[in-house]
Design a protein around this ligand. Structure first.
Ligand SMILES: [Mn+2]
Length: 350
């Protein structure tokens, strides 16, 4: 294990003897791993070395903070899959693992022997699976990989913009539970420096709240579900809650409700001051596109949606409850027949 005081000297040597750098955060990277990878890539740029960030996970499946950051940085950094390594590797290539030291937690395990050098910066416990390399910098007392990489960035005099500073600060905030655990005066000093480069603790903090806020919105709709007759589930917020929803969250609430013993589900909420979005899902017996067409929307029998202006949530619910789903019509669920039979007209401006 190397002394962290030698970290820059070692990295200097490794950067000068290699021409390409492959930066590897742990699988399913969090903001500490990703922020550190971004920082390392900026150090490589400053040293005029081509670098790649290896992320093998399906980006869509990552949590929203990391997924968003990856989307933001895609055009600025080379992000590759592990299987791309053979296309880019040279006989003088350096692998830099950040926020990880165990071989089973990286996507590049099978390529380890293809690299001339492997440099590891981490703060997790080592064990028998720790990558075998003379350039192992693991300091369990360190708050985060981002703290160490930030210090390196500063000592290389790398210019960082406010986004970069936010990514690094987000990593530190994540691993220290908002600077409340495992922090040293050094951690605060790095956080202060990042702030002076434009990082904003509020922005960095908010990066983590997004998944939580979306889940809460979905659960709020699910909480307010009625099952008028065990065939339909209708989820909505209260008419006057004032909450504006994302269309995707409404759709997810509708998806979620299908797990219950119902044939079709409807979730709805305001997506702006005057528009209610309705998302409908069906297990197949009921063609929800027919129902959504009544509201001016469309889709297919399993999945359909509509956006309704000028009709309140209460009225939409009333419509669904009283008109579309009276007992007896359920098994047919043929809305067109129902319309004819009832001589029903739909007044969307009611
Ligand atoms: Mn970490």
């Amino acid at each position: 294990m190397q002394d962290s005081r030698n970290i820059k000297t070692t990295l200097d040597e490794l950067l000068s003897k290699n021409d390409r750098v492959f930066i590897v955060p742990h699988n399913r990277p969090d903001m500490d791993a990703l922020g550190a990878a971004i920082g390392m890539s900026l150090i490589c740029k400053k040293n005029k070395k081509r670098s790649f960030i290896v992320i093998d996970d399906n980006i869509e499946k990552l949590e929203s903070a990391t997924r968003k950051v990856i989307e933001e940085i895609e055009s600025e950094f080379d992000i590759i899959k592990a299987s791309d390594i053979p296309n880019f590797i040279t006989d003088k290539s350096l692998m830099v693992c950040v926020d990880v030291n165990k071989d089973y937690l990286i996507s590049t395990k099978k390529y380890l022997s293809d690299f001339s050098d492997i440099f590891v910066i981490d703060h997790h416990k080592t064990d028998e699976h720790t990558i075998k390399t003379p350039y192992l910098f693991v300091d369990e007392k360190l708050s985060s990989a981002c703290e160490e990489v930030s210090r390196l960035l500063f000592s290389y005099g790398v210019k960082i913009n406010k986004d970069h500073a936010n990514y690094l600060l987000a990593g530190i905030i994540l691993d220290t539970n908002k600077l409340s655990k495992n922090v040293s005066t050094e951690t605060f000093s790095v956080a202060t420096k990042l702030t002076s480069k434009g990082a904003d603790a509020t922005i960095a903090n908010n990066m983590f709240l997004e998944d939580f806020e979306h889940d809460r919105a979905i659960q709020r709709l699910v909480d307010n579900t009625t099952f008028p007759n065990f065939v339909f589930a209708i989820a909505s917020d209260k008419e006057d809650s004032g909450k504006i929803y994302d269309v995707e969250d409404i759709a997810k609430a509708s998806d979620y409700l299908l797990k219950y013993q119902v044939n079709a589900t409807f979730a709805m909420g305001y997506i702006d001051e005057e528009t209610v979005s309705i998302s409908a899902r069906s297990k197949g017996i009921i063609d929800v596109s027919k129902i959504m067409r009544l509201f001016g929307g469309g889709g297919n029998e399993h999945s359909a949606a509509a956006r309704v202006k000028g009709m309140s949530i209460d009225n939409i619910k009333k419509f669904l409850n009283d008109v579309l789903i009276p007992a007896g019509y359920l098994e047919y669920a043929d809305i067109n027949a129902l319309r004819e039979e009832e001589g029903m007209t739909l007044n969307l401006t009611k």
